[in-house]
Design a protein around this ligand. Structure first.
Ligand code: TXA
Ligand code: MG
Length: 324
């Protein structure tokens, strides 16, 4: 595994190899979306079950008909408003699309990312690149090239280093294959933004479909046992907890109830998080990754505010905390 440039990356991909590349959300593990042998390598490298569908990334709309059929008016509005960008749309698939992409379903997830290196790579490559997040299955998505190397090391041929990802959380996923658009995974493009563009409400996927791997209970998880706690329960929790070293992640830590206990009675290391949702999302995975290496017995995360702009963060925190 090595850091590669766009040209080398294209060569590796043409030969059916795996190259991780930066997108604005998280790093993706790329493979030729029309090469089944290459696609199988993705599942192997990630340790991901083969019935979990992959998102296909393309450079522009000229590729659309290669992968999808039946593009609804709603889909057009969303593409127009948010592509290139951190939105994945799930369409009915074109007939020839491989089952390894779709997980054997009749639908396909597609996205035009806006990271300049991702676009450059996709343009140079010409075709579609399947790219799940470049982490081991169930683990925290990588937001730097170093994190990709940590996750996948020699299981892949190369990584394009684009620095830290701007958004820091995975794309919003909207299913536009049916009558009415359905939110499958919250992301930093919020429900409010989607509804403003659609001019109508969007349904939320209630069923926890295992086909959307991010919707499995345990996901995005640190190795260290992780707990989520509401701000008003914090002081109570700290009184009952023993002397084990704990990392406490949260915004506004010094203004919270239980401030006194925070500084004296428990072996606690406060890890301040940003107050702003966009900045919080940007920092979250890298912070978890760093904290995970520091030998804490537990990571305690103070739950985030109710607002819609926090939806994606709340979702990831809940899944991170379900692991242990
Ligand atoms: O931001 C992102 O979306 C990143 C970057 C690399 O683009 N990719 C990403 O891929 O998060 P992945 O595979 O880690 O998560 C994609 C999710 C999975 O949970 C998958 O099951 C779901 O999208 N998905 C893909 N195709 C689908 C489909 N046809 N129907 C329903 N869910 C689908
Ligand atoms: Mg993932």
């Amino acid at each position: 595994m090595m850091i590669v440039g766009i040209k080398e990356a294209v060569q590796i991909l043409r030969q059916g190899g795996l190259v991780a590349f930066p997108t604005e959300t998280v790093y993706g593990l790329g493979a030729d979306a029309s090469n089944p042998t290459a696609l199988l390598k993705i599942f192997k490298a990630k340790g991901r079950p083969v019935d979990h569908p992959l998102i296909v990334h393309v450079a522009d709309l000229s590729q659309l008909s290669v992968w999808v059929r039946d593009v609804s008016e709603d889909a057009k509005k969303l593409m127009q408003a948010f592509w290139p960008g951190p939105l994945t749309l799930v369409f009915k698939k074109a007939p020839q699309v491989n089952d390894l992409i779709t997980g054997g379903q009749d639908t396909i997830g597609l996205r035009i990312p806006h990271h300049p290196f991702a676009l450059e790579l996709l343009k140079a490559y010409g075709g579609g690149l399947a790219a799940p997040s470049a982490n081991r299955f169930g683990r925290i998505s990588p937001t730097t090239a170093a994190a990709v190397i940590e996750e996948l090391g020699d299981n892949i041929e190369g990584v394009i280093d684009g620095g830290p990802c701007e958004v820091g959380l995975e794309s919003t996923i909207v299913d536009v294959s049916g009558e009415h658009p359905v939110l499958l995974r919250p992301g930093m493009i919020t429900v409010k933004q989607l509804e403003r563009v659609l001019g109508k409400s969007i349904l939320s996927s209630k069923k926890d479909s295992p086909r959307v791997s991010g919707s499995l209970a345990s996901h995005y998880s640190p190795m260290t046992p992780t707990r989520l706690i509401s701000a008003d329960k914090l002081s109570e929790f700290l009184k009952t907890s023993d002397k084990k070293p704990i990392a406490l992640l949260g915004s506004n830590l010094c203004y919270m109830p239980g401030q006194t206990e925070l500084t004296c009675s428990v072996d606690l290391t406060p890890i301040p998080m940003p107050n702003d949702a966009i900045q919080y999302a940007h920092d979250l995975y890298q912070t978890l990754r760093d904290v995970d290496k520091q030998g804490f017995k537990e990571i305690v995360i103070v739950s985030v505010p109710e607002g819609i702009e926090w939806d994606a963060i709340r979702d990831r925190l809940q899944r991170a905390a379900m692991s242990s």
